[in-house]
Design a protein around this ligand. Structure first.
Ligand code: PMP
Length: 405
């Protein structure tokens, strides 16, 4: 068992569990749980409002958490990091607050065929609502975004190009800088879904060239219920708020109101201090390992898994080679439905995801309705790969003729 597994109470308590669904959500290390407990036991109050010391401490914890997370994602101006519930809310924030004011009839929004629904449907709906054209960029044969097609598809009417940093369904790592350049070349904004990148790579928002970047804390050892949107200051300042209420206002008159400064303008209501504190502790945890080591560890396991899986007759792996992807392996086994496969694996304590991975447009392009997906993280080890392979072999025997390649 990997020593790092001991940092994660759930995994330490269940030695027979092979948790291979970290792309859906990661397990939480003790230090994150402790940090949140510490906040609630010592410093909990509603921040920003109270004149008393306890509230000032809660405010300080929230502020410090933002500074810490901003440092982790590489944005020097921490006020440009808006805390949201996660990636989905962050992308919807842009679609709602930036979209209607900037996209009109005849304009275009371009996304890629790799996207999670969270980075597809908000733009599709914005285009439908505004009478704009919604364009989906095709993929190459090896499941990368087709950059030549992207160059052809964007034009003077393109207002926004949305793409993921890393695909949740295939692990494909996209060339974010080039995609951002293509968008900027026609005066469009570049929006990047970083849900599967921030947990695994050193992202460095300030050097990436994109205008917006979204991520989720729960996939990077942090708690559920917090994530972020990073944006460029000028763009965020030009945008109107999308939710109204406490904290986000400056003055409220009977007939009009004015807005607070960043980041508060986009954080209406009582903020999620406890989860922000947990997310900051997750950043400490990952930085102590080192993000280069995190990625190298995952890619080593993906390499091992793809080699071992290649030996199983009838098994097909989707996506690029191991060195061009993060810790995700998507596959099908002969005619066994991925859901049936996942059910058998579960009996062996192997947790994988099966389905369309919230990426139905991608599944259509792959010509399948679903795949099985194993995803690795800092606590995964070779024993997990062994268990995965053993359990798939057992499923093949169980399903008999359906499993013939
Ligand atoms: N984008 C990608 C690539 C994802 O993997 C996910 C989570 N599966 C999301 C967006 C949505 O993230 P959340 O559910 O945390 O908002």
């Amino acid at each position: 068992m990997s020593a790092r597994r001991q940092d994660f109470p759930l995994l330490a308590a269940t030695p027979g569990l092979h948790y291979l669904d970290s792309a859906a959500t990661s397990q939480k290390p003790r230090v994150v749980l402790d940090a949140m407990r510490d906040y609630y036991e010592r410093d909990n109050a509603n921040p920003h409002r109270g004149a008393y010391d306890l509230s000032a401490r809660a405010t300080e914890r929230y502020h410090a958490a933002r500074e810490r997370v901003a440092r982790f994602v590489g944005v020097a101006d921490a006020d440009c990091l808006i805390f949201t519930r996660g990636t989905t809310e962050a992308l919807n924030l842009v679609a709602t607050a930036w979209g209607p004011a900037n996209v009109g009839p005849g304009d275009e929004i371009v996304v890629t065929g790799l996207e999670h629904h969270a980075n597809f449907v908000p733009w599709q709906q914005l285009a439908l609502a505004r009478g704009a054209r919604f364009v989906v960029c095709p993929l190459t044969a090896d499941h990368h975004v087709d950059l030549d097609a992207m160059r052809r598809l964007v034009g003077p009417r393109t207002r926004l190009v949305a793409f993921s940093h890393v695909s949740n369904a295939l692990g494909t790592m996209n060339d974010v800088r080039t995609l951002a350049e293509i968008a900027h070349g026609v005066g469009a904004l570049a929006v990047c879904d970083g849900a599967q990148a921030v947990p695994h790579l050193r992202v460095g928002f300030d050097g990436l060239g994109v205008d917006f970047y979204a991520f989720s804390g729960h996939k990077m050892c942090g708690p559920m219920g917090i994530g972020g949107l990073i944006g460029r200051r000028a763009t965020l300042e030009a945008m109107s708020p999308y939710q109204f209420g406490g904290d986000m206002i400056e003055f409220v008159r009977d007939d009009h109101s004015t807005w607070n400064v960043l980041p508060h303008k986009f954080e209406a209501g009582t903020p999620n201090v406890g989860d922000a504190v947990g997310l900051a502790a997750a950043c400490d945890y990952l930085d102590a390992i080192g993000m280069d080591a995190v990625l190298a560890h995952e890619q080593g396991l993906v390499r091992l898994a793809t080699e071992r899986l290649a030996g199983i007759e009838g098994l097909r792996v989707y996506g690029p080679p191991a060195n061009q992807r993060s810790g995700v392996v998507s596959f099908t086994v002969s005619d066994i439905h991925p859901h049936d496969l996942a059910t058998v694996l579960d009996q062996d304590g192997v947790c994988i995801r099966a389905g369309h991975h919230c990426a139905q447009p991608l599944m259509r392009r792959l010509g399948v309705s679903a795949t099985a997906r194993a995803s690795f993280y800092v606590y995964s080890d070779e024993g997990d790969v062994d268990a995965l392979v053993r359990s798939i072999e057992r499923a093949k025997v169980l399903f008999g003729p359906a499993a013939v390649g």
